[in-house]
Design a protein around this ligand. Sequence first.
Ligand SMILES: Nc1ncnc2c1ncn2[C@@H]1O[C@H](COP(=O)(O)OP(=O)(O)OP(=O)(O)O)[C@@H](O)[C@H]1O
Ligand SMILES: [Mg+2]
Length: 669
Amino acid sequence: MQAPSSRAVHLSEWQRNYFAVTSGTCTAEQKAEAYRAQVLRVQYAWANSEISQVCASKLFKKYAEKYSAIIDSDNVETGLNNYAESVLTLARAQQTDSDKWQSGLSLSNVFQMRSVQEMMRAGEKLRGSLLVPADASVVIHGGAVVPDPPKSSLCGGSRESDPLTKPAHRTGWAPDVPESGPSGSLSAQPPVATNTPKTCPMFSAPFGDLATPLFGNVRKENSSAPKASPGPSLFLPRQPRSPAGGEGPWDRSAFYSSGPAEALSAPTLSEALRKMEGNGHREEGGLPTFKTAKEQLWVEQQKKHHPPARAAAPSYGGGVKKSLGASRSRGIFGKFVPPVPKPDGDARGGVQYKPDSAGPSEPAPPVDERLKSLEPKMIELIMSEIMDHGPPVTWDDIAGVEFAKATIKEIVVWPMLRPDIFTGLRGPPKGILLFGPPGTGKTLIGKCIASQSGATFFSISASSLTSKWVGEGEKMVRALFAVARCQQPAVIFIDEIDSLLSQRADGEHESSRRIKTEFLVQLDGATTSSEDRILVVGATNRPQEIDEAARRRLVKRLYIPLPEASARKQIVTRLMSREQCSLREEEIELVVQRSAGFSGADMTQLCREASLGPIRSLQATDIATITADQVPPIAYVDFDNAFRTVRPSVSPTDLELYENWNRTFGCGK
Ligand SMILES: Nc1ncnc2c1ncn2[C@@H]1O[C@H](COP(=O)(O)OP(=O)(O)OP(=O)(O)O)[C@@H](O)[C@H]1O
Ligand SMILES: [Mg+2]
C-alpha cells in the first residue's frame, strides 16, 4: 500500500517541477532549482532500478543541459550568470585554461543587472558623506616615483565615487599626476556623472569595483596590496584594447586574463602573499598595514554605521571540477553561487577591508568563517589537491569485489542522493577503510567513488602529506577538513593511509607525530558530527600497521581480496576486447585457471605482456614497415609465454595475514 502513495508524491513533485519550468512567472532561480530536482529524481529512479541506465542517462543529459543553460546563461533576465565558481577554479590553479574561459557576462550586461545598479546607487549616496572629509585627509607617500602611491590614493578616491563617473578621469589621469599633486588630483576634478556604462573603459576603478563582488569569495590580493600591483603606466596601455568595454569573447578573455583574473591567479596570489609575508606585518585578513587616511576613515565609518555584511555565497563554494566556460555543466551537486552578492546578504561574516577595491556601497568579499583562520596558501594547495576526475571510472570497471562494491554504494551513493532518508540510525558511517593485498583495486575504487558519488572528492596520498609539505603537514590536514566542510557533501580519499596513521612509536619523528594527532582529531570531528556530510575513505595494503584509534574511527573496514576466477576472467575479457585477439573461450578459461593467485594488477600486467607477443614474433625490419592492422592478433601462445615472466605479486604467507586481519577487524561477510 505504501508504494502507490509514494509514487503519487513523486508524480505531484514532478508536476510541480514541470509547472516551474514551463510557467512564464517563475524566476530563473526557481527554474534552475526545478531542473536540479528533476535530475536528482532521475538519478534516484535509476538508482532504484525504476528506469534503465539508457533512459536515465538520456533524461539526465536532457535536464542537466537545461539546468546548466539557465545557470550559465548570459541573459540578464532568464539566466543566472553563475560563472563565479569557474572563475574561482580559474583563479586557483588553472591559468593554462584561461584562454578557453568565456563568461556569458559582458561589461554591458553587468551594468544592466539590477543588483549592480542598486549597489551603484547606494555607492552614490554614500559618496556624498565620505568624499569631502576623505579627500581632505588624503595621505600620499612622497618620493620621486609617483605612479604607485597616487594609484593607490586615486583608486581609493574613484572607488568611492560613482562607478559610472570615473572613466574620463582614468584616461586622462596618468600623465597629469605628477603636476596636479596628490590632493589636487582628487579634489580638483569632481566626478562627472554619466549614464553610459558602456563607455567605461576596462581597468578603470569603477570596473574594478564591479569586478570585486563578481569574483565573490576570493580575496583580491592585487588590490589589497597596491604596492605589489602594477601602477597606472601598466594598465593604461591596455585601454585601447577594449575602449568600450568587453562585449565579445576576446574582450572578455582579455579582461579576465589581464584584469582581476590575473590578479587572482595562483602565481600572482602567491606572489602577493609572499610579499605581504615578507613585509613582516599583517593586519587582520592578511593585508598590509599601510592605509591612507581616507581608507582608514572609510574603515572607521564602515565599522560605525554598517554592521558586517557579506554575500550569501560560501567561500570557495564549488569550482571543484575543471570546468571552465559558460557552456559546461558544473554538476548537479554544485551549489549556486550568485555572481553578484545580494545586497541583503546575511550578516554572518565580518567585513573584510579592501582598500583598493571595495567601495562603501559594496559588500565585503565573502570569506567562509571556517576558512578564516587558515592560510590562503594552504587553501590553494588543498584546492589543487582536489582530484581531477580524469576519465570516469564506473563500477563495472572494477572486476569482482561485489560485496565491497555493494557496501560502498550503500554508504556513499545512496546517502548522497537521499540524505533525508539516511538519518538517525540509518546515518551512513563516516569512515571506511579499504584494505587488502597490493594491486587489488583499492585506488581504483577510490576513483570510482570520485566519479560516481557526485560529492566533492579530495584525494590525497598520505605520503604527500608527510613528505611534500615538510613541517606543514598538520596544517594541511586541518585545511583539508576545513575546505571539505565547506564543500559538503565531500569524500576525502586517503591512499596509503598506513603511512599517515601507523601505530605511534617511540622513535618516530616529531612532525609525523603531529600530523597523526591532527588527523585523528579531525577524523574524530568528521566521523562523529551528525550534520557534516564528510566521508573519509582510507586505503591500505598494510592494515595491521594502522593505529588502533584510527582503526576504530574507520568503522567500515572492507577487505578487497585477490580477484576470484570470475573476476580474473572479467579483467582478461575486458582488456582483450580492446585489442586484436584470437583467444577462444576455452583458452580464456585456461588463462584464468593458470592465473590463480594473481592480483588485478598482475592480471593487467599479464595481458600487457601477452599483447607484446605478436610484436616480438615479427622481424625487426617488419616492425618498421608493417601497418597497425597487419600486426598478428594476440593468441594463447602469447599468454603462454607471458606466464613465464609474470608471477603473482602476493605470496600465500602475505595473503594469510590479510585474511587473519579481515577475520579479526574486517566488516565483510
Ligand atoms: N578489481 C579490479 N578490476 C579491474 N582492474 C583491476 C582490479 N584490481 C586491480 N586492477 C588493475 O590494477 C591496477 C592497479 O590497481 P590499484 O592501484 O587500484 O591497486 P591497489 O589495490 O590500490 O594497490 P596498492 O595497495 O598497491 O595501492 C589498476 O589500475 C587496474 O588496472
Ligand atoms: Mg593503491
